[in-house]
Ligand binder design. Structure first.
Ligand SMILES: C[S@@+](CC[C@H](N)C(=O)[O-])C[C@H]1O[C@@H](n2cnc3c(N)ncnc32)[C@H](O)[C@@H]1O
Length: 269
């Protein structure tokens, strides 16, 4: 990891499990229109522990994936996950997205998910990726936007806790509101035919798998993860924080609801 382009999220077991829960719950919503033709070479940039890789290789079994990440530990876990599921169309390689060890114009397609929001210079990554993409090739980028979260029952404390996460990520140079910026960013990077589609997750108790997989284990777990930091930085006191988190869990009860929007951009070189 280089200092300039520091990755501002964590590698804890809990964070890894959260990424898996998120990917499993959101597979259909985020991946249903991503299929790569046989024989094409696809870069998955920032594959992490392989939470998305497993769906990519399954949905495009005859495409060849090269999955890179800066964390060797995550790459090993990703490789294990994909191989033990019986897929052999992905290779894993340690690489820094800012210094990719491939020739220019090498990849037919590029896929990036939940990476840009954690980087200080998302535009620079897009420019670096664009160099490695063949003319006419596609890039798909999926990001969240924490400002898109709303829920019932509403709670000032829950909103404040989410804002802590947004502020702490911004302090480290990340942007957890990047979803709404996808169109201008992709255009600024010089991609053509940019199209961005919002993918809204709406959860109520008629969808118990989303209540568990998204409201509790993905979103609330993510907010909960910055508790110590938020209290330490005196953004909220302990009682306010605990009320915020318990109000987020409250939205997962029988009469609660939760909404969040991801943004999926597809563009071409
Ligand atoms: C939040 S994780 C997302 C992982 C995966 N795409 C997913 O959706 O589950 C972000 C990943 O980006 C990787 N990353 C951050 N900066 C990077 C860089 N400069 N080069 C390569 N990978 C990087 C991190 O190591 C981490 O695994």
């Amino acid at each position: 990891m280089t200092n300039n382009h520091e990755y501002v999220h964590g590698y804890s077991e809990r964070e890894n499990q959260r990424l898996i829960d998120q990917a499993t719950t959101l597979t259909e919503l985020l991946h249903n229109d991503t299929k790569y033709p046989p024989g094409t070479v696809v870069l998955e940039a920032g594959c992490g522990v392989g939470a998305q890789t497993i769906t990519l290789v399954k949905n495009s079994p005859k495409a060849n994936f090269i999955c890179v990440d800066i964390s060797e530990k995550s790459l090993k876990e990703a490789q294990c996950r994909v191989e033990s599921a019986g897929f052999c169309n992905a290779k894993f390689q340690k690489a820094d997205l800012f210094h990719l060890p491939f020739e220019d114009n090498f990849f037919d397609h590029i896929f990036v998910c939940f990476v840009l929001e954690h980087l200080k210079k998302p535009l620079d990554v897009l420019l670096s990726l664009k160099k490695k993409l063949k003319p006419g090739g596609s890039i798909t980028v999926i990001e969240g936007d924490h400002g898109s979260a709303y829920f019932y029952p509403d709670s000032r404390y829950a909103r404040q806790a989410i804002q802590c996460l947004i502020d702490l990520q911004a302090e480290k140079g990340g942007d957890s509101l990047i979803g709404r910026r996808m169109y201008p960013l992709m255009c600024e990077a010089g991609f053509n035919n940019v199209s961005v589609s919002p993918r809204m997750v709406y959860v109520d108790s008629s969808k118990p798998e989303y209540v568990e997989g998204f409201t509790k284990n993905t979103f609330t777990a993510m907010v909960e993860g910055v508790g110590e930091e938020a209290i330490g930085a005196e953004l909220m006191d302990t009682m306010e924080w605990e009320k915020g988190i318990s109000d987020l869990y409250r939205t997962a009860e029988k009469d609660g609801t939760f909404c969040y929007t991801f943004f999926k951009a597809v563009a071409y070189k």
